[in-house]
Design a protein around this ligand. Structure first.
Ligand code: CA
Length: 236
């Protein structure tokens, strides 16, 4: 598993590298946004640790450009931000990042998040699974999700890996009520530590992409005092 670390603060970059290499990952470091794009194409990493504030191109722009590259490997992207630094933009908008951490963070937690992201890839290896409901289709193997609203042609949904996995989890048990702990277990694995409300952020982002009216969701319903459930008639 190859990891690209994009971070202009040399000490932080080296600390991350040290911890990840101790866990057996191979790492490359670069220090600005433009060389990140270049190195991404040459190195084809499985995961990118991407600092938000960078010289040349900032992390959001790097993230957007990497997601737009057709035909190349689609890496997981874990975004790093300093406290208060445009955090709203990262979690509120769909930036294409799969996860984010706020500095200062513990290297141990970073390693846990990296493993959780990469474990999803490994777990998905060899699966050929498709889930259908009336309005949605998820092809787990191809990692494609489609929505078909009445009388419209099916449209492919542009989801981050986390949003994709969240939708897949919902479609695998329509009508089941999930609490946050169960969703975290599904999405990040049991070694997640951090704030459980991160689930709410990803639910909000998923709703924006799949609900006709995200303020009044018809598919991803809040179950007050418990968590969430997905409602859609089962497909044929
Ligand atoms: Ca920085």
């Amino acid at each position: 598993m190859d990891i690209l670390i994009v971070e202009d603060e040399a000490e932080i970059a080296q600390l991350i590298q040290l911890y990840l290499e101790k866990e057996g990952f191979s790492c490359r470091i670069c220090r600005d946004g433009l060389s990140a794009i270049q190195l991404f194409q040459d190195y084809q990493p499985d995961l990118i640790i991407l600092d938000l504030m960078l010289p040349e191109l900032d992390g959001l722009e790097v993230c957007a450009r990497i997601r737009q590259k057709p035909g190349t490997k689609d890496p997981y992207i874990l975004m790093l931000t300093a406290k208060g630094e445009e955090l709203d933009r990262i979690i509120g908008l769909s930036t294409g990042a799969d996860d984010y951490m706020v500095k200062p963070f513990s290297p141990r937690e970073l390693v846990a998040r990296v493993r959780a992201l990469l474990r999803r890839t490994m777990r998905q290896g060899g699966q050929t699974l498709t889930y259908h409901t009336q309005h949605f289709t998820v092809d787990v193997d191809q990692r494609m999700a489609h929505r078909q609203l009445d009388a419209n042609p099916a449209e492919r949904l542009d989801l981050t890996t986390l949003e994709f996995d969240l939708l897949t989890t919902f479609l695998s048990y329509p009508g089941r009520v999930w609490n946050r702990t169960q969703l975290i277990e599904k999405l990040w694995g049991s070694d997640f530590f951090g704030d459980e409300r991160v689930v709410d952020t990803h639910i909000a982002r998923l709703r924006k992409k799949i609900e006709p009216d995200p303020a009044n969701p018809t598919f991803v319903k809040t179950v007050i005092g418990v968590g969430y459930k997905f409602e859609d008639a089962s497909g044929s």
